[in-house]
Write a protein that binds this ligand. Structure first.
Ligand code: ZN
Length: 261
């Protein structure tokens, strides 16, 4: 059953009050928040996603504190400066402090990244606790081969001093496994970050399932994993997730139309 939770929450409309580019990003992010819930990757108010505003490299949008992803719409998102200033109205008056620390680190440290998704799914956290992290059991996982960093647990990320460590550990990876805490997936666009998230979450679920049986697992060679990773790289300058994203957006359009508010 699909319930459009966002239809029950009202936010002051920002349509027409922000640039067309920012509004388009707001719609994409709002669709992404709904899809993360749709795929069962969230369910709490403690996760966050950010995306850089086009043409404004020091500004990013993030979800307001206190709301479920299923309640968010384009107008609900908060615009934040890299230095922590809140530039647009925050419906709940707050931005999750850990959200600001994590996302400002990523956006300032990785100019090529325009979207970052931070989640605490059961399979993702489980893999973050395993010494080797993600193992490359399935095709979906191989696009991340050699592109996963680790960040040791340092308590709840409220301290801006943790930013340097996050930047260092993310390095040029696609994923940062926050030990005993959660995951961060980054991409050049909302489309890329979401499609990577789907691939990554499935990979973690498959790892948990495969290891649960105790049966011996066949793992492709490092050479095969690397070859497969290269096959998944974007071609013709098209964002990696562009085609899948169009299909995913149709789910949001059909079931959760209030995301466009
Ligand atoms: Zn977290």
């Amino acid at each position: 059953m699909h319930v459009d939770m966002g239809a029950r929450v009202e936010f002051k409309s920002l349509k027409g009050a922000v640039s067309p580019e920012e509004w388009q990003l707001r719609e994409e992010m709002a669709a992404c928040f709904r899809l993360i819930e749709h795929f069962g990757f969230n369910g709490t108010i403690n996760n966050h996603m950010s995306a850089r505003v086009p043409g404004e490299p020091d500004h990013f949008l993030i979800n307001p504190g206190g709301y479920l992803f299923s309640e968010l719409c384009a107008s609900s998102l908060v615009k934040v400066h890299m230095d922590g200033r809140i530039l647009s109205h925050a419906p709940s008056g707050i931005v999750n402090p850990a959200g600001y620390v994590i996302h400002s680190a990523i956006m300032s440290g990785r100019p090529d990244v325009n979207c970052a998704i931070h989640l605490h799914t059961v399979p993702g956290v489980a893999v973050s606790t395993q010494k080797d992290g993600l193992r490359f059991y399935c095709q979906e996982s191989m696009r991340f081969y050699g592109k996963i960093g680790f960040h040791e647990y340092e308590g709840i990320s409220r301290d801006t001093e943790e930013r340097e460590g996050i930047i260092r550990d993310l390095a040029d990876n696609m994923i940062l496994l926050l030990r005993n805490h959660g995951t961060i997936v980054v991409g050049g666009s909302v489309a890329d970050a979401f499609t990577y998230t789907v691939n990554f979450e499935r990979s973690c679920e498959i790892q948990m399932m495969a290891e649960r049986t105790g049966a011996e697992v066949i793992i492709p060679s490092p050479e095969m994993c690397e070859q497969t990773r290269k096959q998944t790289l974007p071609r013709d300058n098209r964002p990696a997730g562009a085609k899948a994203w169009q299909a995913y957006r149709r789910i949001a359009d059909a079931y959760y139309p209030s995301y466009l508010n």
